[in-house]
Design a binder for this molecule. Structure first.
Ligand code: ADP
Ligand code: MG
Length: 463
């Protein structure tokens, strides 16, 4: 029928708009490496903040004792208790509790948010010993705090919030010392605990990854948002004013979510998504890649197809107009639908949008749209990873012999199989077989929780 022809035509247009040919990906990777340089040269020198973490040593494997970690950075937050057994025993035991952040707290006051967190922590601390795991009675408990928003660190255990991302907007916390906010809330909740390390989730993942594999040099998060951290030579950081650390290294939180370059395929859908977001003009790379936004881009694409090509008939189904109603896990489920009639797509359309009686052709078009959006995200994240490898000069045959392992984590990477496979294949394609031989991408399972506990251990007040 007529409208199907129009749908196909428009899908082709969308595909072209979202397309990122290899030569563009190479330019994206080069721009990433160049922006990394610029961000290291001076504060404000680049869209990439290249934040200094004050972590100049990654875990060795010798860490010992019981430590806590707290992970706040997206939709869920987690508290964790880990018994580190040193070189031989490694992670003897870990216990954790996860809860979701009530949405109103993501837009409320700092005190409310941190009180909620501290109360959950207090409850968790109270379960200490039930399973046999308890901290030393003669010592103050110590915590590694994974806080996955841009922070200007003032030491390894303090730092001021620069801005919120990923749907958070707790305005009175901006500019505040995050450890101070948490510490005050812990006092109010009656928890006696010292924050020994304040880290980004990328840095936690890097630390957790390094604990298991000494060749880990960078960590990338593909979850609600996206970000990367890596190990830089302290002497290659012109903006670093302090003494050179003994190790010669400094871990950098790139905050690459805010990356942008003219080589990104920025479409009308991206433009509208950004304009209506909580943080217009910011996190443009993240908005093309990460789990918070991929489903929303698909929804916007569906709206366009509904309006301009009558994808669902003469009218636009009203529910389709609700922002963020199509979440990335739903998109992923549709994208992976292998049933002959695309029953998963049918069910999602009914459940989410109250759309029924779609033809197989319409369902196929929807899967195609998911593919267009997911593939672009996967290609762009691959280019970013290659950018880091380029910055480190590990992208040439001369660097042969040096193994480079990238620790990956986050729900998008973990659960969106087509995204992950496309991303990994693209890294391989961009690096070429000889270099790729020296590079490995590894899933670092909950590296960020364990990593924060490891960093709390290596920055303990009792060392
Ligand atoms: P966070 O980034 O919030 O710390 P995670 O790393 O667990 O948390 O990532 C959660 C994100 O991962 C979700 O917001 C969602 O976008 C994405 N995600 C989770 N499950 C899936 C799935 N099955 N398919 C695709 N994306 C998923
Ligand atoms: Mg996380």
């Amino acid at each position: 029928s007529g409208h199907l022809e129009k749908v196909k035509e428009m899908l082709k247009e969308l595909e072209d708009m979202f397309a990122t040919p290899t030569h563009n990906l190479v330019l994206v990777a080069e721009a990433m490496a160049a922006e990394m340089h610029a961000g290291l040269a001076s504060d404000g020198g680049s869209k990439l903040k290249m934040l200094i973490s004050y972590v100049d040593n990654l875990p060795t494997g010798n860490e010992e004792g019981v430590f806590y970690a707290l992970d706040l950075g997206g939709t869920n937050f987690r508290v964790l208790r880990v018994h580190l057994g040193g070189r031989e025993a490694r992670v003897v035991r870990q216990e954790f509790e996860e809860c979701s952040i009530p949405p109103h707290l993501m837009l409320g006051s700092s005190q409310e948010l941190f009180d909620f967190i501290a109360k959950a922590l207090a409850k968790f601390v109270a379960t200490e010993g039930e399973e046999g795991l308890h901290a030393s009675p003669s010592r103050q408990r110590e915590l590694g705090f994974t806080f996955s928003f841009p922070v200007g660190q003032t030491s390894v255990a303090s730092g001021n919030l620069i801005k919120w991302t990923k749907g958070f907007s707790v305005e009175d916390a901006v500019g505040q010392d995050i450890v101070g906010e948490l510490t005050k809330a812990m006092k109010r909740a009656g928890v006696d605990m010292r924050v020994s390390a304040l880290v980004n989730d990328t840095i936690g993942t890097l630390a957790g990854g390094r604990y298991h594999d000494k060749d880990v040099i960078a960590a990338v998060i593909l979850g609600t948002g996206t970000n990367a951290a890596y190990v830089e030579k302290a002497s290659a950081i012109p903006k670093w004013q302090g003494l050179l650390p003994k190790s010669g290294d400094m871990v950098i939180n790139t905050e690459w979510g805010n990356f942008s370059t003219l080589h990104l395929p920025f479409t009308e859908l991206d433009l509208a998504l950004d304009a209506e977001s909580l943080n217009p003009g910011e996190q443009l790379y993240e908005k093309m890649i990460s789990g918070m936004y991929l489903g929303e881009l698909v929804r916007r694409g569906l709206c366009k197809l509904a309006k301009e090509a009558s994808l669902f008939g003469d009218t636009v189904p009203p529910k389709l107009r609700t922002p963020f109603i199509l979440r990335t896990p739903d998109m992923s489920a549709m994208h992976h639908d292998t049933s002959p009639n695309l029953d998963v797509v049918d069910k999602k359309l009914k459940d989410l949008f109250e759309i029924s009686n779609t033809s197989i052709e319409v369902r196929k078009a929807i899967v195609e749209l998911c593919d267009i959006v997911a593939v672009r995200g996967a290609l762009l994240s691959a280019a970013g990873i290659v950018g880091i490898i380029k910055k480190l000069g590990r992208d040439t045959a001369e660097s042969a012999g040096e193994k480079s392992v990238i620790a990956l984590d986050g729900g998008l990477y973990e659960h969106y199989t087509k995204f992950r496979i496309c991303m990994e294949n693209t890294v391989k394609e961009l690096l070429g077989p000889r270099v790729f031989d020296q590079v490995r991408i590894e899933h670092s399972n909950d590296g960020s929780g364990i990593g924060a506990a490891l960093l709390a251990a290596s920055h303990s007040q009792y060392l």
